[in-house]
Design a protein around this ligand. Structure first.
Ligand code: TGC
Ligand code: FAD
Length: 394
C-alpha cells in the first residue's frame, strides 16, 4: 500500500493534476500554443472584439506553427495526435473562441473533407497551401431555412455537360468573406455531394454578416451561389450523402469539446484572481462562502471538462471514439463553459461587463459555440437516441 493520504498543496486550476496524464511532447506543444496566445492574441483581443476585427496576420503564423489541419497527415500537415490537436484547441480558445473557430473551420471543415474524400489531384492542389495558411477555406452546409436539419437543404448542383452548376444560399458561414475556397454541400440527383469551389468563380458572392454580439473577431458570412459553374473535377469523389458533411462535423466538434474547456478556464482564472483582490465589507469577496462555492463549482467544471476531453481524445487516438461520444463531449463541455462564464461574469460585478476583463467576451462567444456544430438540443437528441434506440428528431 502507498503512503497514507494527506492534505496536498494543489494547483488552483489543474486541481486534479491532469497535467501528469500528458506526455512530455503533448505538454511542450500545449505550452507553445499557450505562449503564442499570450504573446499574439491576449494583448489585443479585447480591442479586436470591440472593433469586430479579424486578425488575419495570425493565419500565416498559425500555419507556420503547424496548427492548420494539424491532425491530418501528409500534404504539409503536421500529423499530430488527436490529443495534441485538442490541447491546441484548448489553448487557442482560452484566447478567444474566434481563433479556435478559424482553426476548426480551416482544418476540420475545409481541409478534412478534401483530405478524407478528395482525389489525389485535389489533395495535392489544395492542402499544402491551406496547411501553410496561404489559402483560406470555409464550409457551407447551413442555409437560411436549413440549420439543425441539413437534410432539408435547398442548394442544388446540376450537371450541364461536363460541368456542375451550383445554385442556392448558405448562411452563417465562418471565414466566408475571406475564404479563397469553399466546400459547398449541395443536393444532386444522387443525394448530397460536396464541391470544392474557388471563391473567385463567377456567380459566387460572400456577404459579411454584421451586428453580431458574439464571435466578433471571427468573420461570418452569407454565401450566394448564383449559377456557379465548376468543372467535373470539383466534386469530392469519395463520399455521397449527409454522412459526408456530418463526418467533417465530428472532427470539428472534437476540437470544440477541448476548446470549450479553455474558454471556461480563462473565465474561472479571471474570477479567482478578482475574488482574491476585490474588497467589500472589509474582506476579499473570495472569503465569502457564496463566492467560494461559485469558484469551486467553476474549478470542478474545468477539471471534469478536461478529464472528459482527454478521455475522448485518447479514445480518438486508439480508434475507439464514436460520433455519439463526440456529441456527449460537445454537449457537456460547452454547457459547462457557458455556465462557468456566466457565473464568473457575476463574480466580477460591474467589471464583468467590460472588455477590460475576458469574461463577457468568452460568455458572448460561447453563445455561438452552444448553437453551432449542433445545438445543445441536437446533441441531447443524439444521446437520447443512443440510449433509447428511438429517434426524437422529428
Ligand atoms: P441521419 O438520417 O441520422 O443520417 C444520415 C447519414 O449520415 C450518417 N451520420 C453520420 N455520419 C458521420 N458522423 C455523424 N455524426 C453522423 N450522423 C449521422 C448516418 O449514418 C447516415 O448515413 P447513411 O450512409 O445511412 O446515409 O441524419 P438526419 O438527417 O436525421 O440528421 C441527424 C442530425 C440531426 C444529428 C444531423 O443532421 C445534425 O448533426 N444536425 C446538426 C447540424 C450541424 O451541426 N450543423 C453544423 C454546421 S457547420 C458549423 O456549425 C460550423 S461552426 C464554425 C466552427 O466550428 O467554429
Ligand atoms: P435552428 O435549427 O433553426 O434551431 C433553432 C432552435 O430550435 C435551437 O434551439 C434548436 O436546438 C431547436 N431545434 C431545432 N430542431 C429541433 C428538434 N428536432 N428538437 C428540439 N429542438 C430543436 N454553419 C455552417 O455550415 N458553416 C459554418 O462555418 C458555420 N459557422 C457558424 C458561425 C456562427 C457564429 C454561428 C452562430 C453559426 C454558424 N453556422 C455555420 C451555423 C450553425 O451550424 C447553425 O446555426 C446551427 O446548426 C443551428 O441552426 P439554426 O441557427 O438554423 O437554428
Amino acid at each position: 500500500m502507498a503512503e497514507s493520504i494527506r492534505p496536498g498543496k494543489l494547483d488552483a486550476t489543474d486541481f486534479l493534476q491532469i497535467d501528469e496524464l500528458l506526455s512530455g511532447e503533448e505538454r511542450l506543444m500545449r505550452n507553445t500554443v499557450a505562449q503564442f496566445v499570450t504573446d499574439k492574441v491576449l494583448p489585443n483581443v479585447g480591442d479586436w472584439f470591440d472593433e469586430g476585427f479579424f486578425p488575419r496576420d495570425l493565419v500565416k503564423e498559425m500555419g507556420d506553427m503547424g496548427l492548420l489541419g494539424m491532425h491530418l497527415t501528409g500534404y504539409g500537415c503536421a500529423g499530430t495526435s488527436a490529443v495534441a490537436y485538442g490541447l491546441a484547441c484548448t489553448e487557442l480558445e482560452a484566447g478567444d473562441s474566434g481563433v479556435r473557430s478559424f482553426v476548426s473551420v480551416q482544418g476540420s471543415l475545409a481541409m478534412y473533407p478534401i483530405w478524407a474524400f478528395g482525389s489525389e489531384e485535389q489533395k495535392q492542389r489544395w492542402l499544402p497551401g491551406m496547411a501553410a495558411g496561404e489559402t483560406i477555406g470555409c464550409f457551407g452546409l447551413t442555409e437560411p431555412d436549413s440549420g439543425s436539419d441539413p437534410g432539408s437543404m435547398r442548394t442544388t448542383a446540376r450537371r450541364d455537360g461536363d460541368d456542375w452548376v451550383l445554385k442556392g444560399t448558405k448562411m452563417w458561414i465562418t471565414n466566408g468573406s475571406i475564404a479563397d475556397v469553399a466546400i459547398i454541400w449541395a443536393t444532386t440527383d444522387n443525394g448530397v455531394r460536396g464541391f470544392i469551389v474557388p471563391t473567385d468563380t463567377p456567380g459566387f458572392t460572400a456577404n459579411t454578416i454584421h451586428k453580431k454580439m458574439s464571435l466578433r473577431i471571427s468573420i461570418t458570412s452569407e454565401l450566394v451561389l448564383d449559377d456557379v459553374r465548376v468543372p467535373s473535377d470539383a466534386i469530392l469523389p469519395n463520399v455521397s450523402g449527409l454522412k459526408g458533411p456530418l463526418s467533417c462535423l465530428n472532427e470539428a466538434r472534437f476540437g470544440i469539446l477541448f476548446g470549450a474547456v479553455g474558454a471556461a478556464r480563462a473565465c474561472y482564472e479571471a474570477a479567482l484572481d478578482y475574488a482574491k483582490e476585490r474588497i467589500q465589507f472589509d474582506r476579499p469577496i473570495g472569503s465569502f462562502q457564496l463566492t467560494q462555492r461559485k469558484l469551486v463549482e467553476m474549478m470542478i467544471g474545468v477539471n471534469n471538462g478536461m478529464l472528459l476531453a482527454l478521455h475522448l481524445g485518447r479514445k480518438r487516438d486508439e480508434g475507439t471514439l464514436a460520433a455519439e461520444h463526440v456529441s456527449y463531449g460537445k454537449l457537456v463541455n460547452v454547457r459547462m463553459a457557458l455556465e462557468t462564464a456566466r457565473e464568473a461574469r457575476g463574480v466580477l460585478g460591474a467589471n464583468g461587463i467590460t472588455l477590460e476583463y475576458p469574461v463577457i467576451r468568452h460568455m458572448n462567444n460561447l453563445e455561438s459555440v452552444y448553437t453551432y456544430e449542433g445545438t445543445n438540443e441536437i446533441h441531447t437528441l443524439v444521446l437520447g437516441q443512443a440510449i433509447t434506440g428511438l429517434s426524437a428528431f422529428s
